[in-house]
Write a protein of this length. Sequence first.
Lengths: 158, 754
Amino acid sequence: MAGIAVSTTINGDAVEYLCQPDEPLLDVLRDRLGLTGAKEGCGTGDCGACSIILDDRLVCSCLVLGAEAQGRRIETVEGMAHGETLHPLQQKFLEHAALQCGICTPGFLIAAKDLLAKNPDPSEEEIRFGLAGNLCRCTGYDKIVRAVQDAAHVMKQA
Amino acid sequence: MNFDPRYANRNFASVGTRPIRPDGIDKVTGRARYGADFNMAGQLVGRVLRSPHAHAKIRKIDTSKAEKLQGVKAVITAADLPDLTDGDAAMYDILDNCMARAKALYDGHAVAAVAAIDARTARQALKLIEIDYEVLPHVTDVDEAMRHHAPLINDTIFTEGLEEKPAKPSNVTKRSQFGHGDVHAGFGAADFIVERSFRTEQTHQGYIEPHACVASVNLDGTAELWVCTQGHFVYRQHCAQLLGLEASKLRVTSSEIGGGFGGKTHVWAEPVALALSRKAGRPVKLVMTRDEVFRASGPTSATSIDVRIGARKDGTITAAEATLRYSSGPYAGSWAEIGAMTAFACYKLDNVRTVGYEVLVNRPKTAAYRAPSAPMAAFAVESAVDELAKEIGIDPVDFRIKNAAQEGTRSSYGPVYGPIGIGPTLEAVKNHPHMKAPLKQNQGRGMACGFWFNFGGQTCVDLNIGMDGSVSLAVGTVDVGGSRASLSLVAAEELGIDYSQLKAIVADTASLGYNDMTDGSRGTFSSSMATISAARNAIKILRDRAAQMWDIPVEDVIWEQGHAVAKGDNYGNLGKLSLKEIAAQSGKTGGPIAGHSELVADGAGVSFATHICDVEVDPETGATRVIRYTVVQDAGKAVHPTYVEGQYQGGAAQGIGWALNEEYIYGKDGRLQNAGFLDYRIPVCSDLPMIDTQILEIPNPNHPYGVRGVGETSIVPPLAAIANAVSNAAGVRMTHIPMSPPRILAAIEAEREG
């Protein structure tokens, strides 16, 4: 089957690839482009481990087709740090030990980044509902919520 | 001098601090490599065909069409995994579970597998495999499976543990019994007796990372396996035995692991991937889908438990007994036995008896799940304890304090306790502000206790000192929750250097001696003991090198705060030599400096916790919200307190999911109806409150720093604590977990109707 040619932007870089019509964007990122930061926890949009930002919208990349990325902007966890400087969310996740196994962490970081872009000063409840599409089985979410609160505080002062 | 593991009080410099974990940066930047994040040149995609039937004879498998499909490189069935287990029944069960032989024993049981050039081709090939099944009657319920007329799952099994071998085969594989004293007399002395039956449904560990591996078998008989596992040395043994490989020629590398909780302690897909690779002559990557994870991996037991406890008016328990039935999937297990051991472990009892029955059902092979079997037993016992306190008219915390086990108590499962934390956790709960906080309408508070044994086991550590004075620590226990951080702290402590001078890694099976898997909360306990031993061995060498540099006897050199110090008045002008200074000269003083340790870590030190929970129950819908939660647990010495808190919080959250929502739902056809995260709903962020923690540190006498395991105990009390809270809020005793809205509504209505 012939592949579909796609031109897109990933973490600010122009990227081109060929994909099959039924190929999820998650598979393109992981298997064709080597961007394995996004994880497949379910493949059905229930766990959020594959979260990316597509044209300023938080999506599960397992539910987007690779072909749909044509002409759009993709942000993944690999693009969060700037050079040697971590994004405040990354730094606060480390400081608060907001990860144990870490498999859900890329998805949480992307979802939290999207949340804070839209609501720079969220309440605890807004954080909890804002991150309700991401599953974590290790932490009980306590330290994740605190890390996001702390990062929001730091980002407001920046 | 041999290593002395006994506890000695000391002031800690590194242990007890909260630095950033060494693997953290990779995990927040997406660089950490998990099971599915690894690839090899020429790699194929493996996929597994699974039985749609709960119980069926496999008459014939025709793979010829699949083999002819363009791009298919190998198709395997049980015939490609011949039985090499040589009478090892447990390994035979693992083999049969990896690939069904004569019968498919549950919905999701693997029956064939393919390796193809891409996922699409592999999926097409599965559809071309033709299987002739003879569908057999099935049973998925633990109580029904025990009935005489129940479909027989394995007609070669006769119940073990009975006085006489039974005449007929049975789905009950084993009976076990624990206890002491005279239960009959004990109940005779009771003023109050509570007797209740409880049920818990089957849950899954729910790790977010599906099982994944890359297997590569070479023509020369060597092989490599990259895999997410809790124990790569154990996986090596299993795979080598099942594939007929020499263990030392199979190199297993553990990837970062995206959660395990006991579910990644034995092999499922790995022997299949190796068999595919062997047949295809190319590396094979095999990753389970979420549907496969639910249908074919994990889960825990479903249970049915009867409890009877008697007490005098003054609140002294006079007798306690329980009958515990645990499902083990279609293969023999020891899950009820563990439940029977843990059930009354919190209490000081003169008369106690527990009986466990292991029950076969047509469900996936039961796997360990965080303090396996203990949460269900604790649910039943702690619910009955609460009810009994109410009947006597005594505060439930005081009732437990009065009957709590102590140092010197003979436990209900046999051993006599050393210093333990049940009493202190109860006292801490009694004095906790949470217990005094006001409650609103429809809200209730519950508390409960929990116990877990903790494991030790075979452990091996290498500690290598570089010429620049930096230290690499190679451990063999997989890091499932931050153990590289805690082990680095321990090495820094013992060597007297800064945490930042160390880097800990998990070594592969070719680079380090055998290690048991990370289970039983043993990772930090066991590997820290080996790390201390390895560091002490390295210090012996460092002292020797310093003595050479100074040209004085080694006996006159001591190790203090990361430095060799010459002791005695004669050496007043020698100053000190840092680890870095000694390392810099190592090429001239005898070569590389390292410390190794191989030991069996004994004396893990039992663990106790007490939890407090507030819930609000909506009487119209039966929906329950946890509004406040507090965990109090004895950690021994908390090496990295933040990650200890994390273990407490994570276990509590899993317990909340189990208590309120999670369950395997089977249809009449014996098929799992909710094999996905949409319908098997684990707690999300908006379901939970903050989870408060209080760490008690009662030193374990069998560890140099007093460390105990901390990972598992936190899931033991929640089912009971929440059930007690819901029962108090709804005004009706809840006896069936999970307490989903329909069950709570039904209980409220039944109570109203009397």
